[in-house]
Ligand binder design. Sequence first.
Ligand code: NAD
Length: 483
Amino acid sequence: MTTHSVEAFRQKNVLLGGEWQENEQGNRITLDSPSSGEDIGSVPALNEAEVDKAVEAARGAQKQWQKTPLHERKQLLLRWADKLEENKEAIGTVIMQEVAKKKSSAVDEVVRTADFIRHTAEEGVRINGELLTGDSYNGGPAGKTAQVSRVPLGVVLAIAPFNYPLNLSASKIAPALMTGNSVIFKPATQGSLSGIMMMETLEEAGLPKGLVNVTTGRGSEIGDVLVTHDGIDQISFTGGSGTGISMAEKAGMVPMVLELGGKDPAIVLEDADLDKAAKEITGGAFSYSGQRCTAIKRVLVKEEAADELVAKLKEKVEALSVGKPEDDADITPLINDKGADYLQGLIDDTIADGAEVTTENKRDGRLFSPVLFDHVSTESRIAWEEPFGPVLPVIRVKDEDEAVKIANDSEYGLQASVFTQDINTAHRIADELEVGSVQVNGKTSRGPDHFPFLGVKNSGMGVQGVRYSLLSYTREKVTVINQ
Ligand SMILES: NC(=O)c1ccc[n+]([C@@H]2O[C@H](COP(=O)([O-])OP(=O)(O)OC[C@H]3O[C@@H](n4cnc5c(N)ncnc54)[C@H](O)[C@@H]3O)[C@@H](O)[C@H]2O)c1
């Protein structure tokens, strides 16, 4: 990719077996901008035979790549990160156009992704096995040693969601490559243009032919083909819980890392710094219009602090700008009509259930004003369901135990925040919460990207985060020497 001019319509092809190709019948999927509704580009709609071809190419390329010295793999990743960052404006613009993320955040995502790739390259050369001696086990022989190496799994299927089309793709692809695997990359359709541009930079960096293959297409046509393909050795999926769980049922004995949905609570106690809590909660709940797995999706506040917290939240929520991603508005149109209509249903039901709407409740197509609800009942759907939009329910609780119970009654277990000035209370509550991570006095979030990131219950399986991801794409291989 020598230039990344932002032309009006991008007709992209996919990398299959080292060549940029389209579907053999010329079938394509057209993407529209969630913000303007205009067509912004198209990608091939691959068929089953083309998926087979992608997997075959990946299997072939992996054998050689596994033998490529680690320091050479590291250099490829470092070159890739540089190429990506050089193109941050152009790729950021495409992210902005295809997922309606505000411009500054879209460009930040490109830089964050380049940083992730660099950190993965640095950490990847430090993943080593171990040596065990037989006589460290009771009665074991001294002349027996086990050389435990870490070897790649083979072909990794990386399936990414729309909301962080670069970061959540590279956070699978980079560690998979670094540990000697090849990759089948299935971007979300809305997100595939920037995903393909990222692959163009990887190819420019010197990607061996066939090592990464991109499969775009309709989930109904190629989803199951990919997931049940006997040439796939690992699946790394980020997306909705329903999609991930049904995928896990179909995939059988293939190792998987699943990062799924969430209903992250922010628990606020009466001794909390309420200014800080309001700032963190507003950022956590409304950035990228609430379309984040780790968005704060409910506030559980002690009755004593509730009036003051709600007043502070209302002020901050009302200060959020609503508009177009190119104007860098805080709240931008949702990804599609289905998501917008689902959110509208949740808002309507919450009002019908008697909650108080404290802010403006306005909708223009896919664009919603941010809504803060107070006095939400646990009988309401919004107490449990993931809105994936700019709405935040406040549920008032009488004590810590009630807050913990409501937090844990969820089907999800991604993250939770606890706001209190008492570190002992924070620890006590954190210990009780059934989630992957607890943030004390901070918003829920994935980064920095080398922290372990995981969900429990219907929020996921396995762990991501640079070192943890590297390990998840390898397995132990034991060679026992008997002297
Ligand atoms: N826990 C996390 O790390 C994390 C991060 C971001 C998003 N998410 C979750 O993702 C969801 C939003 O993203 P989305 O709408 O893109 O999710 P989604 O589940 O609709 O799609 C995710 C990906 O799966 C693909 N897909 C869909 N059906 C498939 C099938 N049958 N076989 C194979 N692939 C299939 C899609 O094309 C897309 O690439 C939210 O629930 C959010 O919480 C989780």
